[in-house]
Design a protein around this ligand. Structure first.
Ligand code: P5A
Length: 446
């Protein structure tokens, strides 16, 4: 993309309504614009990152054997009356009437809708196990929407639902989700720690939240500091192996780590030596639940077992806060100049800064780099504006592309350009070909 042809409405001023750094930076970098309280338009740069995150989530869910689909945002109130949640959900639910005076709602989650789909089409144990998921907009009329996309009213969630014959099978699905979530967050450059949590309006008492530690997080958390040394890495886990998934769950959840809803001070003290006890704040970027037959019993989602009897299916639901993740990643990765995107989610792989637009050699070298990068499947953002170098660097630093190639007439006389890491600020002179090779290598491992 050439910057002169792009739509990147960066702000010079720091917006006064934004209280936390990620919200400020998303506004300044022209990623989002508030449409009304807690509801945002995703401008091109923000939309690009959102899509990158979605892509990682899709890839990891499919790898785990879960099946993508799409359910609507608007739902009929009748299904929610069946489960009993229509009255329970309270003011967070946005209720709408259509022209026939039918009660509708903008879905805050999809347990009822998916259970209805399941009961309409599945009746036998032979069709299990089954996990369906989608990535779809949700609406929760939060009392205090704040911090930009962190606590929105309209937000994008990946929500998955497992259907299993019994509790053991459903717990394997739970573990599979835990493994796939660890992989997903790490690919986004995040450490998200699974912590024992509370079921809230979804239900069930077997649930973990995934938390990214950050001072601006809305949750208070208590944990054994050893947990922060755990890395999932690029290990290959066989998602069909009950033992392998169980082993990952045990490794990542055996140490004390709880949100304030389930925190037990006495247990914390008895399980964790004082030097390793931590209390901190965290951003909840996902949650997994096993709630057994809560919805299947209420809504009659049953299957025939091998011995011919009929049983309600065991279920769980599993959510990732896709739009919230942008805020969480920025909270975890920025400096005073702007965002620092991890390679896995960056909107463009590399920036090209032309120090002297209009100089024949510099223009030609930039064009060549632009074409060569694009040909290798990488997406560069070429700053081809006739701006001062300082202004171009400031924009690149603000929008946070992890790598920048700087091209100027003086370097070109020596046959070199400069490759700069946004994270370390270190620059290295090299030939344009060497810069291309280096970038290809970096992104081959992402
Ligand atoms: C699990 C999937 C559920 O709704 N039902 C379907 C279950 N879980 S949850 O924990 O309530 O939500 C899942 C994730 O969505 C994100 N989230 C939000 N993101 C932005 N703004 C909000 N107002 C908001 N509310 C929830 C969180 O990341 C949460 O973990």
């Amino acid at each position: 993309m050439r910057l002169t042809r792009y739509f990147l409405p960066v702000l010079k001023e720091t917006p006064s309504e934004a209280q936390i750094v990620s919200h400020r930076l998303m506004l300044r970098a022209g990623m989002i614009k508030q449409a009304s309280a807690g509801i945002y338009s995703w401008l091109p740069l923000g939309y690009k990152v959102l899509k990158r995150i979605e892509q990682i989530v899709h890839e990891e869910q499919i790898r785990a054997g879960h099946i993508p689909m799409l359910m609507p945002t608007l739902q009929s109130a009748d299904l929610w009356r069946e489960s009993g949640r229509y009255d329970d959900y309270g003011q967070e639910m946005l209720r709408i009437k259509d022209r026939h005076d039918r009660d509708m709602l903008y879905g805050p989650t999809n347990e009822e809708l998916i259970t209805d789909i399941f009961r309409s089409h599945v009746g036998s144990y032979k069709d299990l196990p089954l996990t369906l998921y989608h990535i779809q907009w949700k609406f929760r009329d939060e009392v205090r929407p704040r911090f930009g996309v962190m606590r929105g009213r309209e937000f994008l969630m990946k929500d998955g639902y497992n259907f299993d014959i019994d509790k053991d099978a459903a717990l394997h699905a739970y573990n599979r989700h835990l493994v796939s979530y660890l992989r997903s967050y790490e690919r986004m450059g995040l450490q998200a720690i699974p912590m024992r949590a509370d079921g809230g309006p979804i239900g069930g008492d077997y649930t973990h939240e995934f938390l990214v530690l950050a001072e601006t997080g809305e949750s208070e958390v208590f944990y054994d500091s050893e947990i922060t040394d755990l890395k999932f890495g690029d290990r290959a886990v066989d998602y069909d192996s009950v033992a392998a998934c169980q082993a990952v769950l045990e490794e990542f959840t055996s140490r004390y780590a709880r949100t304030d809803e389930t925190h037990d001070e006495a247990l914390f003290h008895s399980q964790v030596p004082e030097a390793r006890r931590r209390s901190a704040r965290g951003i909840e970027v996902g949650q997994i639940f096993y709630f057994g037959t809560k919805y299947s019993e209420a809504m009659g989602a049953t299957v025939v077992t091998p011995d011919g009897s009929r049983v309600p299916v065991h279920m769980g639901s599993h959510g990732i806060g896709v739009s919230r993740l942008l805020g969480a990643i920025i909270e975890a990765s920025h400096d005073d100049k702007g965002i620092i995107w991890p390679e896995g989610v960056t909107p463009f792989h590399c920036g090209i800064v032309n120090l002297k637009q209009g100089d024949t050699a510099a223009d030609a070298a930039c064009e060549n780099l632009y074409k060569a990068l694009s040909a290798t499947g990488l997406e560069p953002l070429y700053d081809d504006r006739s701006e001062r170098a300082g202004a171009k660097f400031a924009t690149m630093d603000l929008i946070g592309l992890p790598w920048r190639i700087t091209v100027g007439p003086r370097g070109l006389e020596k046959g070199v350009v400069e490759l700069t890491s946004r994270r370390t600020g270190e620059s290295e002179e090299m030939s344009p070909e060497a810069a291309l090779d280096r970038l290809a290598q970096i992104y081959a491992n992402v």
